[in-house]
Design a protein around this ligand. Structure first.
Ligand code: NAD
Ligand code: ISE
Length: 341
């Protein structure tokens, strides 16, 4: 029988995941939705024939819901994830797990008290074919021991509600998680450098450069630009002792005409990572229905990313190098300095 899922938050990604579960994945059925915007909830529910719940906590408690997807605004995630843990239900929470390290730690502690993993966080790059190929090549030893990684995370634009620190807590947080996963090392310190601002920046610190110092001695630099206008551009190149390995061009074609070569640039994250979200949710549904162990990014990863993001926000505000101090890692999440696979 299909896994009965309830979705909280029917905005951009909530609706995209609804469509995915209804039309792309097998073995899952969306039975309930909730949103503080009742009109949005009703409209989304109608697309998949789901029931509308008065609020998210009501949905979590519903006997007809086996597992929960949290796709509401970041500040609301903690309450819903804690409710799912209290109900003993698996919960897939879009990033960030919560908006402060303390809130993430409350989730970690509740999951440890439950005694087994129930939480997965939506860090989908771990499921992207290109990032997985990068990691396979790195792990094969083909380019030798890694020394540095250069990344760029460019958005065509961001919504008007996007605040200055969202450049880190909403955007750079993907590279923060990716670096921990790719190199199997925690991030020990962070610096944020700013060139002159883009004329498209408005009140945002745009662009900026994060320099992440990993506990294993590597440096990872990340350019964040959130108003590049030309498209959604995600780049990464690892420098090893014996060679380099980089993400390829995501465009499937190139056009040669009039003395020029052109290739399409993805429009946004749905375009660039659509297939990664499919794999991410397919593996999650399989793990939950198979009664198996969740192997995707979990509460500890959500906490660690939040702790680094918090340090980076301080680095952005002060211009200083800020060290990251993590709480003690509970045994549930495996040995220290080894982010979950
Ligand atoms: P959005 O603003 O389009 O949608 C959020 C929805 O949540 C809105 O419909 C809003 O009414 C609803 N909502 C707000 N508070 C609520 C509450 N307390 N209870 C129920 N519903 C509530 O935002 P979005 O772009 O869909 O982002 C949602 C989440 O997904 C964010 O945490 C964001 O960081 C994350 N996200 C992840 C990715 C990714 O690449 N993994 C991409 C986009 C967004
Ligand atoms: C958005 O919330 C995402 O998670 C996207 O993946 C990211 O590229 C974008 O910057 C965020 O705002």
């Amino acid at each position: 029988t299909a896994l009965r899922v309830g979705v909280i938050g029917t905005g951009l990604i909530g609706r995209d995941h609804l469509r995915r579960m209804a039309t792309v994945l097998a073995g899952v059925s969306v039975v309930a939705v909730a949103d503080v915007d009742a009109v949005a909830a009703a409209r989304a529910a109608a697309t998949v024939g789901a029931a509308v719940h008065r609020d998210g906590l009501d949905l979590v408690a519903s006997g007809g819901v086996d597992a929960v997807l949290v796709c509401s605004w970041g500040g609301t995630h903690e309450e819903y994830v804690l409710a799912a843990l209290a109900a003993g239900k698996p919960v897939f929470c879009e990033k960030p797990l919560a908006t402060t390290p303390d809130a993430c730690l409350r989730i970690v502690r509740a999951e440890v008290a439950h005694g087994g993993r129930l939480v997965q966080v939506g860090y989908m790059r771990r499921y992207d074919a290109a990032y997985r190929a990068l990691k396979r090549t790195l792990d094969s030893g083909a380019v030798g021991a890694p020394l540095m990684m250069h990344c760029a995370h460019r958005n065509a634009g961001v919504p008007a509600s996007y605040e200055p620190e969202n450049t880190i807590t909403d955007t750079a947080v993907h590279e923060i998680d990716m670096a921990r996963w790719m190199f199997g090392s925690e991030i020990a310190a962070v610096r944020v450098l700013r060139p002159r601002a883009s004329r498209n920046a408005g009140r945002l610190p745009d662009p900026m450069l994060l320099v992440l110092e990993l506990a294993n001695g590597m440096l990872v630099d990340v350019e964040i630009s959130v108003n590049v206008r030309y498209g959604y551009d995600i780049r990464g190149e690892i420098l090893g002792e014996d060679g380099t390995v980089a993400l390829g061009d995501p465009g499937l074609i190139s056009v040669r005409r009039s003395g020029q070569v052109a290739a399409p640039v993805p429009a946004d994250w749905r375009d660039r990572f659509g297939a990664a979200y499919d794999v991410e949710l397919r593996e999650w549904v399989d793990a939950v229905t198979g009664g198996g162990v969740l192997t995707g990014p979990g509460s500890w990863d959500g906490y660690a990313a939040s702790a680094v993001a918090d340090a980076a926000v301080r680095a952005l505000r002060t211009g200083e190098r800020v060290t990251v101090t993590l709480a003690e890692r509970p045994a549930l999440y495996g040995p220290a300095d080894r982010p979950a696979a």
